[in-house]
Design a protein around this ligand. Sequence first.
Ligand code: PLP
Length: 409
Amino acid sequence: MLTLDSHAVGRHFLQIPGPSPVPDRILRAMSLPTIDHRGPEFGVLGMKVLEGLKGIFKTTSPVVIYPASGTGAWEAALCNTMSPGDRLLMYETGHFAALWTQMAARLGLGVEIAASQGQDDVLPHAPNWRRGVDADLIAARLGADTQHAIKAVCVVHNETSTGTTSDIAAVRAALDACRHPALLMVDSISGLACADYRHDEWGVDVTISGSQKGLMLPPGMSFNAVSARALEAARSARLPRSFWAWDEIIELNKNGYWPYTPNTNLLYGLSECLDMLHSEGLEHVFARHRRWAAAVRAAVNAWGLPIQCADPKVYSPAVTGVVTPPGIDADALRKLIYERFDMSLGTGLGKLKGRMFRIGHLGNSNDLTLLAALAGCEMGLKLMQVPVRGSGIQAAMDHFAAHPGGLAA
Ligand code: PLP
């Protein structure tokens, strides 16, 4: 066996914003024997998860499942719908949006980056990494594109690197206001099953998601929810694709099968996760995430540290970015917390490396787990001699005491 961590007892605190902790129920479901992926039982499993996923994406369209990480599903979305040289408008909200842009360029697509403008005192080198998508900027650019050269608008619903969400309905409204035919592609890899998401109602053409965040599964499975317009675009799109091609997969999915060997045991886990989410009810799932996020922010505010997301309207329910004071290396703080308290926090990504850390509060958690996680952060901050104003744990406890769980949260 590998030595997975140096702490012999107790549970490791996995407080990164995905992979999130996998519930025992899902681990048990995944331990069932692997079955013949072309046998009769498999089709039942396939049909169940393919149908069940539609409810999570709030769509009646097909949801394609890939045995790949989220990055694969990004590529699938682009290469199924685009042709060499096609132009994309991609909104940069953070590191993941930037990586998707880099991928599009590598695939030979023409990339135009939109980003919020303005100054920022806390993170002067990354002002747009503190805010969500500004739909007006998208409307302005699309309005000027009278020849309809832009073939798709790409945005990230929950920017995991910053803790910022974006208003996807507003982006749809921007496209509609300009009567622009571009496809709308949304990465909801860390938003799905944490924040409200409505593929059909928001007129999204391709939603990209992954297994290891709100769905509480291990990494290794990702998704494309695909609108009728996206399927139509795929008929004439000319980027090369084979493994990712939707048509063959959707055809075989009609009976619950795949053209290749799917990840059977992850599909058992997915089936269990769907049972859990559907029986809890999505609205309850979202409310629980909002409430946790508010408690974590109460703690960060009590410490007197800046929350990375600068716009309270778009605070993420899944992850909170915490900016460390200048001169305090956030990765050294994370290392100390890992070594002393057996807790993993998310690192600052890209240009924010060392300037911030991220507290994941998604999926399989509860009030006391989060309080313990905040205690680990607070002890780490004190041990690093970071000046903190007050007790974040107390603030989070007060929040939980004053806001009982449930739909009203
Ligand atoms: N997009 C977002 C918003 C993410 O959070 C991630 C991973 O954390 C990705 C894309 C990439 O997914 P993966 O690492 O599963 O390939």
